[in-house]
Design a protein around this ligand. Structure first.
Ligand SMILES: Cc1cc2nc3c(=O)[nH]c(=O)nc-3n(C[C@H](O)[C@H](O)[C@H](O)COP(=O)(O)OP(=O)(O)OC[C@H]3O[C@@H](n4cnc5c(N)ncnc54)[C@H](O)[C@@H]3O)c2cc1C
Ligand code: FES
Length: 258
C-alpha cells in the first residue's frame, strides 16, 4: 500500500467534550485504512512546520471520510480546533502498521485510556466477524468521549472514571483486568499513556493472552526517515531501536521495553 499526500476537505469539526474535538475529513484512501494507523496533518498556518499525527479514529466507506478525535494541548491543536467546514487540509495517510485481528481471533478486548480511546473505533470497525468488548477509562466525566460510537461497534462497552463521576470508579486497567479472564477474550488491544502499559504489564503478568499496544512518541517526518520517534523493543532476546511511525505504532506489549 502506498503512502501519499492527499487534500482532504473538512466535513465537520466540533467540540465533543471538554477541550476535545472531532473532525471529519474527506479521503479517497478509505479502503486502505486499518485500525491502529494514523494520519499526519499539515496545519493551515505557516508558523507550525511539523505535521501533527492523529489516530485514524474512524472511517466511513459510504461517505468516503475519516474522523480524528483530538484534545487541544498546544498551538497546533488549537489552530486545528478553529478550522471550518469546507476548508482543505493536506494530510498523509494511512501511516503505520495498524492491527488486523480478522481471521486470528474470535473475541477481543479493546482498552482505551483518555485520548488513547481515539484509536479504538477504527480497530472495531475493521474487526468484521470478531466480537469486540471495549473498556474506556477517563479522568472524569467531562473528558469521556466516543462511548456512543463504540457502542454501535462493540457487543459491550464499559466506562470507568478515575474519580467515579461516570461509569465504574477506578483505573480502567484494574476494571478490565477483573474481566479479561472470565470474558474469554483471546487478545487485548490497548491504547493509552505509558503508565497504563506499565500497569497492564504488571496486571497481566500471569495471563497468557497476547496484548497489543499502540505507542505514542513525538514525531518528525512520520514516514520512517528522521528517527525522532525511536522506541526500544526486545525481540528474539535482542534489544534494538524501532521507529514508532513505521515499524509501529502497534507492538506486542511483551516486546516493548518500558
Ligand atoms: C501516532 C500518534 C497518534 C496520535 N493520536 C492522537 C489522537 O488521536 N488524538 C490526540 O488528541 N492526540 C493524538 N496524538 C498526539 C498529538 O499528535 C499531539 O497532541 C499533537 O501533535 C500536539 O500538537 P500541538 O501543536 O497542539 O502541541 P505541542 O505544542 O506540540 O505540544 C503541547 C503538549 O503536548 C505534548 N505532545 C505533543 N505531541 C505529543 C505526542 N506525540 N505524544 C505525547 N505528547 C505530545 C507536548 O509534550 C506538550 O506538552 C497522537 C500522537 C501520535 C504520535
Ligand atoms: S517520525 Fe521520522 S522516523 Fe518516525
Amino acid at each position: 500500500m502506498s503512502i501519499r499526500e492527499t487534500s482532504c476537505t473538512v466535513l465537520s469539526n466540533k467540540a465533543v467534550a471538554d477541550g476535545i474535538f472531532e473532525m471529519e475529513l474527506s479521503t479517497d484512501r478509505v479502503d486502505d485504512i486499518l485500525g491502529g494507523q494514523f494520519v499526519n496533518i499539515k496545519l493551515p498556518t505557516s508558523d507550525t512546520l511539523l505535521r501533527r499525527p492523529f489516530c485514524l479514529c474512524d472511517f466511513d466507506e459510504r461517505r468516503k471520510s475519516f474522523t480524528i478525535c483530538y484534545a487541544v494541548v498546544g498551538k497546533g491543536t488549537e489552530t486545528l480546533s478553529h478550522v471550518k467546514t469546507g476548508e482543505v487540509l493536506k494530510a498523509t495517510l494511512p501511516l503505520g502498521n495498524g492491527w488486523d485481528p480478522r481471521g486470528k481471533y474470535s473475541k477481543i478486548m479493546l482498552v482505551g485510556g483518555g485520548m488513547g480511546s481515539a484509536v479504538l473505533p477504527a480497530v472495531a470497525r475493521r474487526s468484521e466477524g470478531v466480537d469486540c468488548v471495549c473498556y474506556l477509562g477517563f479522568a472524569d466525566k467531562s473528558k469521556a468521549v466516543l462511548e456512543d460510537r463504540l457502542r454501535s461497534l462493540c457487543s459491550e462497552v464499559v466506562v470507568a472514571t478515575d474519580n467515579g463521576s461516570y461509569g465504574r470508579k477506578g483505573f480502567v486497567t484494574d476494571v478490565a483486568k477483573e474481566d479479561i479472564i472470565k470474558s474469554g477474550v483471546e487478545a487485548v488491544f490497548c491504547c493509552g499513556p505509558e503508565v497504563m502499559y506499565k500497569a497492564l504489564k504488571r496486571a497481566l503478568a500471569d495471563v497468557d493472552i497476547p496484548v497489543y499496544i499502540s505507542l505514542e512518541q513525538r514525531m518528525g517526518c512520520g514516514i520512517g526517515a528522521c528517527l525522532v520517534c525511536n522506541c526500544m523493543i526486545e525481540r528474539d532476546g535482542k534489544q534494538g531501536y524501532y521507529r514508532v511511525c513505521k515499524d509501529g505504532p502497534v507492538f506486542k506489549l511483551s516486546e516493548v521495553v518500558l
